[in-house]
Write a protein that binds this ligand. Structure first.
Ligand code: 0O2
Ligand code: 0O2
Length: 211
């Protein structure tokens, strides 16, 4: 690849545009004093070294990169409750500014590592000076508890270059179950929590309007 910066530009633009759009949704929920299914939004373009590592691992050529690697652009939507994930998935399906290509439900079927998350791959149009370029974007949707676990496990995987010692792996499995149980418990009191949060948001909004 002679010029990564040029190659990755549309991927970067897709991430930036989607972050604005998703944060906009969050803002709309907040202004209407409704419970927002989106707690926060992050996004990134995969680092070049990770792209090359994935190309080698999948044994594909650079020409196949665009079609075969669907997470060069990535957006993460983190929510409070598991039911928020369904709301977000439905919202994403209803949108007309991009097309859903693929879905993987690692919540119903967790990965062997203990990883839980809902993945969607979309085809997103980026308007360039040469016309419309369609890029794949991976959207990961998960709860705060799932995100906590995945972040910790990701760091340990990095530290041990993917070969996490067995005792730590066992602890991670237990931690994944604890995160799952936390989500279950929170689901049981979600109406209470939502009501309390709505009262707080309304109060903050009133205070802002009066000042
Ligand atoms: P706000 O109002 O604080 O939510 P950029 O600076 O645009 O290139 P980005 O994606 O905005 O990059 O920043 P980043 O570092 O990826 O983080 C995205 C947003 O997620 C930031 O908010 C962080 O504050 C927020 N965030 C990260 N971790 C957590 C968390 O554990 N809980 C909560 N509630 N938010 C978190 P913003 O976008 O600056 O705005
Ligand atoms: P990063 O650093 O997050 O960008 P694969 O071929 O196995 O790499 P595939 O089929 O392209 O993966 O997609 P998959 O498995 O649906 O999703 C890959 C991404 O999901 C990973 O990106 C992680 O972000 C996340 N993920 C998947 N499994 C795990 C896991 O066991 N633990 C954690 N912490 N995250 C996971 P990358 O490529 O690892 O990179």
């Amino acid at each position: 690849m002679s010029n990564w910066e040029v190659y990755l530009a549309p991927y970067k633009q897709a991430v930036e545009e989607l972050k604005v759009k998703m944060k906009g949704l969050r803002e709309q929920y907040t202004m209407s004093s409704k419970h927002t299914p989106i707690e926060f939004v992050t996004g990134r373009v995969k680092p070049i070294v990770s792209i090359i590592e994935k190309v080698n691992r999948k044994q594909i050529t650079m020409d196949q990169l665009e079609e075969e690697i669907t997470d060069i652009s990535g957006i993460r939507l983190v929510c409070q409750f598991v039911t928020d994930i369904d709301t977000i998935v439905e919202m994403i399906h209803d949108r007309t500014d991009f097309t859903v290509i693929e879905e993987r439900d690692y919540i119903k079927e967790k990965k062997d590592s203990g990883y839980r998350s809902y993945h969607m791959v979309i085809q997103y149009p980026v308007h360039t000076i040469e016309g419309t370029k369609y890029v794949f974007v991976e959207i990961q949707i998960r709860t705060l508890a799932m995100n906590f676990w995945a972040t910790i496990e990701h760091s340990l995987n990095y530290k041990y270059s993917g070969e996490i010692p067995e005792d730590i792996q066992r602890r991670l499995q237990r931690a994944a179950e604890a995160a799952f149980n936390l989500d279950e418990e929170m689901s049981k009191i979600q109406d209470e929590v939502r009501e309390a949060q709505q009262i707080i948001t309304r109060k903050q909004f009133e205070n802002r309007s009066n000042s």
